[in-house]
Design a protein. Structure first.
Length: 512
């Protein structure tokens, strides 16, 4: 395993992604991690990430000095390279040659991490993002590659196995970047690249058994990928000590609740409480039009109903959650300031402290695509594993204005048609999320000989890697007009369809 110490770069997570893709287990910790904890973790090598600070400022972050004294290979990237150079006695200066984006480097020598990739004398494309640069190397180091702006673009101390890059090997804009990292982990650190989902599954099951013992566990199912995979994994580990609770707010997509119930009860034999609370949710949502108001009502009711159900089954010792790695990485914030709440997210996770259950979070080391791989490893159906993300408050935030059962039914029909056409066209997996929104606007239309006056429906489809930013999916016009015509013809209550072509930012993916 490899330890990544984070100095707050925007792309630190990508280092972990690249390593894990190559079958090397790694974790990201803040640079402030203490020495004892690092020794305990017992890594085969350490990677120092980039970061926004400047080593030339007195107070700027440093790696724990022990990192360089443990006899382990170390690779510093960008800020990490400068911190390493500075801490080992080299010199770093604020550069007048700032380099951002694509750059070319001249390879002037060979070293372990360029082996089989870059030959002496070649010119290679890399991605740079730095203001400072090293001006004097620490003792023991030599230059392997240089660019115009950075004479020390790649440096190596072969004896101590220390390497440093000015550029970012973890981003795709550095074509051989992933392979350089793999050389570091495999050739230099001696990792075998044999970390697989099969291995993770066995380890995770052993860990769950050790943590839970004879205890009872409840798990809130939402129908989404994360809680579903967590539930199946837990069931494999502890069988009937697990009970799942599915709070059905009546705002799921067509057929979804039935699918969740049948998959978990019939296929996986998991004890499942299915509470249909749609009347309660819809009654409380009546007359509410404010988006945050809707989110708060749904969040509160969800907790109330969940608590009621868990009391009915006599409580439990543990609460299982499908928390993922991006939620638990202790982040090093570049600004230190709190961020603005754009939307109050509702997740199964937000249960009140007074429930006093210990947490079981079997997915907390995994990224989203790794959770999917684990689901496949566990034999879960593709319909659940590959499903587009769906927000906790469900269709309520896709019905701007008041949510009623009737409007939810109309929206579900339109949504089903849109997704059917997307699947037929073979586009489902190329799209991050696709859905319809029922607008609180009526428009005039003509059908046959009659005038219509019905609601407008918007289609939304985006590509994204993490939901933080998103691009509009570029359907061809033929596809869009086919969907529009089907919706207007088949769904009573909609007579006009529009396509939302706003990216995120400035828009958000959901409308509320
Ligand atoms: P926005 O609309 O903020 O959404 O661009 C980003 C991603 O988050 C999903 N989303 C939610 N997921 N609970 C969730 O679990 C929520 O309350 C929630 N609100 C939005 C949204 O579908 C998109 O994938």
């Amino acid at each position: 395993r490899i330890l990544i110490l984070d100095f707050g770069s925007q792309v630190t997570q990508l280092i972990a992604r690249r390593l894990r893709e190559a079958g090397v287990y790694c974790e990201i910790w803040p640079f402030t991690a203490d020495e004892a904890r690092i020794r305990d973790f017992n890594p085969r090598g350490i990677i120092l990430s980039g970061g926004p600070a400047s080593v030339t400022e007195g107070e700027s972050p440093r790696a724990p000095q022990a990192v360089f004294e443990m006899g382990l290979p170390v690779m510093g990237i960008c800020y990490g390279q400068q911190a390493m150079a500075h801490q080992l006695g080299g010199q770093v200066e604020s550069g007048h040659h700032r380099e951002f984006g694509r750059a070319f480097i001249e390879v002037t020598a060979e070293c372990a991490i360029t082996q089989g990739l870059w030959a002496k004398g070649s010119r290679e494309q890399v991605w740079m993002s730095h203001g400072d640069r090293i001006t004097r190397l620490p003792e023991g180091f030599r230059v392997v590659a240089a660019s115009e702006g950075a004479p020390f673009a790649l440096i190596a101390d072969d004896r101590r196995h220390f390497y440093g890059t000015m550029f970012h090997p973890e981003v795709v804009h550095t074509p051989h970047g992933a392979a350089l990292l793999k050389n570091f982990t495999n050739l230099v650190c001696g990792c075998h690249g044999d970390w697989t989902m099969g291995a993770f599954r066995a380890e995770a099951i052993a860990r769950i058994r050790a943590q839970v013992g004879e205890g009872r566990v409840i798990c809130g199912l939402s129908g989404g990928v994360d809680s579903s995979v967590a539930a199946v994994l837990l069931h494999e580990a502890i069988g009937d000590q697990l009970t799942c609770i599915y709070v059905d707010h009546g705002l799921m997509r067509a057929g979804e609740s039935e699918q969740v119930v049948s998959t978990f009860r019939d296929r996986f034999n998991i004890k499942l409480v299915h509470r249909d609370a749609s009347d309660l949710f819809l009654a409380q949502l009546a007359g509410v039009t404010d988006p945050e108001g809707k989110r708060k009502i749904i969040g509160r009711l969800f907790i109330e109903v969940f608590e009621e159900e868990q009391q009915k089954i006599g409580g439990a010792d543990f609460l299982a959650q499908g928390t993922l790695y991006p939620d638990v990485i202790e982040s090093v914030s570049a600004t230190g300031g709190p961020s603005v709440t754009i939307k109050s997210h509702h997740n199964v996770g937000g249960l009140p402290a007074h429930m006093r259950m210990k947490l079981v979070e079997p997915l907390r080391e995994l990224f989203k695509d790794e959770v999917r791989a684990l689901g496949r490893e566990l034999g879960m159906p593709e319909a659940i594993i590959g499903r587009h993300p769906f927000p906790g408050p469900g269709l309520a935030i896709r019905i701007p204005g008041e949510v009623t059962r009737e409007r939810a039914d109309i929206l579900r029909q339109a949504d089903t048609i849109f997704l059917e056409e997307i699947r037929l066209a073979g586009l489902y997996d190329a799209i991050w999320q696709a859905f319809t929104v029922l607008l609180p606007v009526k428009s005039v239309g003509v059908m046959g000989d009659g005038r219509t006056y019905e609601s407008v429906c918007a289609l939304r489809a985006v590509t994204s890697t993490d939901g933080m930013t998103a691009d509009v999916y570029p359907f061809d016009m033929g596809f869009l007009t086919r969907v529009a015509s089907r919706i207007v013809n088949e769904v009573r209550g909609i007579n006009r369809v529009t396509y939302d072509i706003t990216s995120k930012p400035p828009g958000t993916i959901e409308w509320e």
